[in-house]
Design a protein around this ligand. Structure first.
Ligand SMILES: Cc1ncc(COP(=O)(O)O)c(C=O)c1O
Length: 289
């Protein structure tokens, strides 16, 4: 998995399932580091599980239309070299893309029939895609080249066993509500309205950065173009100290993940974003004194 990742992956894949977790560099020169991903796939060991999470938590980054073919090619060449690869597409924030030239479709179909050595797994969750915290409804889709009925049955049984041992059962109220919502004539309109709320916040952040070039001296904004979050890296001060200063002096709660400060614009109204970034800037200035 990339070195900027949702921290629960370590618990799920490392602790619960027993994978050996390895990270590759996420960004190089402001873009997804395909070379680092390829090197990780080609590293020692025949079996690989690759996690791609676009839009990404924590960075809010989605691969561009230009990067996606390179990602697919890297997996294809590793598969042709004999690696057996499970590609997990965690689409938990699917649909929340805010820039042109950023890939808007799931990468699932690109891996579905790529190679006999590639198993594609698409994960969707109603939580973020449909803005329903607490329903606890998710979806798993599998595909691989030449899949037979018997193989898919075995896969289904294994997946069911994993769900059973992890969360027991999914809330049936949640399932019924989700199905009813998907069939409701207002569903698309309501979903679009929520998208617009997040998109307006995204644009506001871009505006703030343009209006405050001085922030670039205090922190670096990691590449972001989609999703619920964006991350900043303070310059000259560690993120954890800035997080503490923010909560103690500015009553501003943030999360530090992979050494970066994650700012969840999904939880900050547009009118408060200016203050949020001013607080981050001031907290860094305070600590530099
Ligand atoms: C990247 C990513 N994947 C999956 C999930 C899981 O969401 P849920 O368990 O609510 O469906 C989250 C939630 O934070 C997430 O950030």
């Amino acid at each position: 998995m990339p070195d900027l990742f949702w921290d629960n992956y370590e618990l799920i894949f490392g602790e619960a399932v027993g994978c050996k977790v390895a990270h590759f560099n996420t960004f190089k020169d402001g873009a997804f580091d395909c070379e680092a991903m390829k090197a990780a796939l080609m590293a020692e060991g025949e079996k690989k599980v690759l996690i791609l999470n676009f839009p990404n938590n924590p960075t809010g980054y989605t691969a561009t239309d230009e990067e996606v073919p390179r990602i697919v090619e890297a997996v294809r060449s590793a598969a042709e070299a004999g690696k057996k690869i499970v590609v997990i597409l965690d689409d938990a924030y699917f649909g929340l893309v805010y820039e042109e030239g950023v890939h808007r479709e799931s990468l699932f179909s690109l891996f579905a029939t790529l190679s006999k050595n590639v198993l594609a797994v698409k994960l969707d969750g109603a939580t973020k895609e449909d803005y329903v915290w607490g329903l606890r409804v998710g979806f798993i889709s599998f595909a691989f080249k030449g899949a037979t009925e018997a193989q898919l049955k075995a896969l289904e049984a294994k997946a069911a066993g994993n769900v059973r041992s992890g969360v027991s059962n999914i809330s049936s109220i949640g399932q019924h509500l989700a199905v009813a919502a998907f069939g409701d004539p207002c569903y698309k309109v309501q979903k679009k309205a929520k998208f617009e709320v997040l998109y307006a916040r995204y644009r506001e952040i871009r505006r703030i950065f343009e209006e405050h070039p001085e922030y670039a001296e205090l922190f670096e904004a990691m590449p972001f173009n989609s999703g619920y979050f964006m991350c900043v890296k303070p310059k000259g001060i560690d993120s954890e100290s800035v997080r503490r200063r923010l909560i103690e002096a500015y009553s501003t709660g943030t999360i530090v993940l992979s050494g970066l400060i994650r700012l969840s614009f999904s939880t900050v109204p547009k009118a408060k974003l200016e203050t949020l970034f001013a607080n981050v800037a001031n907290a860094i200035k305070d600590l530099r004194q």
